[in-house]
Design a protein around this ligand. Structure first.
Ligand SMILES: Nc1ncnc2c1ncn2[C@@H]1O[C@H](COP(=O)(O)OP(=O)(O)OP(=O)(O)O)[C@@H](O)[C@H]1O
Ligand SMILES: NC(=O)c1ccc[n+]([C@@H]2O[C@H](COP(=O)(O)O)[C@@H](O)[C@H]2O)c1
Length: 179
């Protein structure tokens, strides 16, 4: 059986890694879909699809599981998103997600969806990790698999996220109120 697990993986962290480990007990093969693949260089999506491919591929190598990493760009039309995913991915039997929209779209398209309990969500959350990277106290490193830490260092990821999170160059900046 082949599974499909989608996320933005900004960055790929130990919560995702724990989920892959659990999924590996249920399937023979797993497709990891990199969502919002066209987005990068912003506070919410600092890493490119290629950089996320590296983080994931190197991290999941430790599992006894055949994996495929497939970047998937966003569409303006939710109603055809599942067909878009299926057109980009090896065929799969079951999708894994905790995202309510993703669950809804797959279920409406007749795809079985499995959810998993959140693992140490108080720290293992992309938003929290990105804030720790911006704060740069190194307090994110133990929350990310070592191979993904190496990739972030290789691409100078901390300097990038700090620079793009500076006010006017990012997608989470609060617009100034006109006088
Ligand atoms: N700690 C965790 N334990 C289990 N599943 C997780 C955990 N963190 C994220 N997931 C799940 O992994 C999938 C991909 O998550 P995503 O890439 O959005 O990470 P995130 O930590 O939720 O990041 P962000 O804060 O950027 O949204 C989602 O289904 C999400 O619910
Ligand atoms: N219309 C669309 O393009 C559409 C719909 C649902 C989910 N998605 C993507 O799937 C991914 C879901 O991952 P998360 O669970 O990490 O949010 C995101 O990248 C999200 O943008 C895209």
């Amino acid at each position: 059986m082949r599974g499909f697990y989608i996320g933005r993986f900004q960055p790929y962290h130990n919560g995702h890694h724990h989920m892959v480990k659990e999924i590996a007990t249920e399937v023979d093969e797993l497709v990891l879909g990199i969502g919002s693949a066209g987005d990068s260089h912003s506070t919410r999506n600092p890493f490119t699809a290629g950089e996320r491919v590296m983080m994931i591929t190197k991290s999941v190598a430790e599992f006894d599981l055949t994996t495929y990493v497939v970047p998937i760009e966003d569409l303006d039309r939710n109603s055809v998103w599942v067909s878009h995913v299926q057109s980009m991915s090896p065929k799969f039997d079951v999708a894994y997600s905790n995202n309510p929209l993703v669950i809804r779209l797959f279920t409406e398209a007749g795809v079985e969806v499995r959810q998993s309990p959140m693992f140490r969500r108080e720290v293992l959350e992309g938003t929290e990790l990105r804030q720790r990277m911006i704060d740069d106290d190194g307090n994110w490193r133990h929350l990310v698999p070592d191979p993904a830490v190496d990739v972030i260092d290789e691409i100078d990821g901390i300097n990038r996220i700090q620079q793009v999170s500076d006010s006017d160059s990012n997608d989470e900046a609060v617009p100034e109120t006109p006088e």
